[in-house]
Ligand binder design. Structure first.
Ligand SMILES: C[S@@+](CC[C@H](N)C(=O)[O-])C[C@H]1O[C@@H](n2cnc3c(N)ncnc32)[C@H](O)[C@@H]1O
Length: 252
């Protein structure tokens, strides 16, 4: 698990993958422009999502093909059902994107039990198209635009399952800290919050302020500072996915 922000790593990577140099330089130019024209991380990442979603909503959430979109959603869904996700659960998906996994959760859960939030209006429009595509209107999924992770509009102890896939891999420390500071209030006492992250065994680092790499210990300690119990999910590590997963619950 190398430090992708180091020049030595980037030079070695460029030599091994010369075809990726031009796309990387294009992304660098785009990200620099967006950084200069936005005021904070959420505004910046919202602009990144606007630009990516205009090209392809599936690619904007990280799937280059529909097959991989379906497979990645299925992996998230199967994992949670394997961990006991029931139709009566009340679920909050943070960074729901265009419902790659969300459409399966909506179908599984009782009417009105799925809430998806995202910072990007563009991807939420795409999420509504997914609801229509899979005829899920009768399940009344709640899809809300947010600009922070304080969850102030959501009730105490409501959600039995909170889920965030590939969101903290795009989040600086203060965003994750805000989420962990507030998620305990909306979590049911028996509920849990699962999130994935790009794991490094070296120092925490980021690339282009778009991709963030954390030590598991960093995130576990952050959760504990907010009175939560956190553990790395070993069975997730066995799946063909490059991110790791941490489960957080209210500490007893
Ligand atoms: C890589 S996509 C993954 C989407 C979805 N979780 C999935 O697995 O298909 C990351 C999503 O998180 C959203 N996002 C990024 N930072 C966020 C934040 N601080 N709060 C809420 N959503 C965020 C992005 O707009 C994007 O839709």
């Amino acid at each position: 698990m190398p430090n992708r922000s180091s020049l030595a790593y980037q030079a070695r990577y460029a030599l091994r993958h010369p075809e990726k140099i031009v796309p990387h330089l294009r992304r660098l130019a785009r990200d620099t422009r967006l950084r200069l024209t936005t005021t904070d991380h959420v505004a910046y990442y919202r602009a990144v999502m606007r630009s990516d979603t205009a090209r392809s909503a599936d690619a904007a959430v990280g799937s280059k093909t529909r097959e991989s979109w379906l497979a990645l959603g299925r992996m998230q869904y199967d994992y949670l059902v394997g961990h006991g996700l029931k139709p009566t659960d009340r679920m909050l998906e943070i960074g729901c994107g265009n419902l790659r996994a969300g459409w399966r959760f909506i179908g599984h859960l009782k009417t009105g039990h799925y809430h998806g939030i995202d910072i990007s209006p563009d991807i939420l429009h795409a999420a509504r198209r997914t609801v229509v595509q899979y005829d899920l209107q009768h399940k009344l999924p709640n899809l809300a635009l947010v600009r922070d992770l304080t969850f102030d509009f959501l009730p105490d102890e409501h959600f039995t399952v909170v889920h965030a896939h590939s969101v903290f891999s795009h989040s600086p420390r203060h965003v994750i800290d805000e989420c962990l500071a507030h998620v305990g209030r909306i979590l049911h006492p028996d509920g849990f919050f699962d999130f994935t992250f790009d794991r490094t065994d070296g120092p925490d680092h980021q690339v282009l302020r778009e991709d963030f790499y954390y030590r598991a210990e960093t995130l576990i300690a952050m959760a504990e500072r907010h009175g939560l119990a956190a553990k790395l999910m070993d069975d997730w590590e066995e799946l063909p996915h490059k991110q790791s997963k941490i489960r957080v619950a209210r500490a007893t």
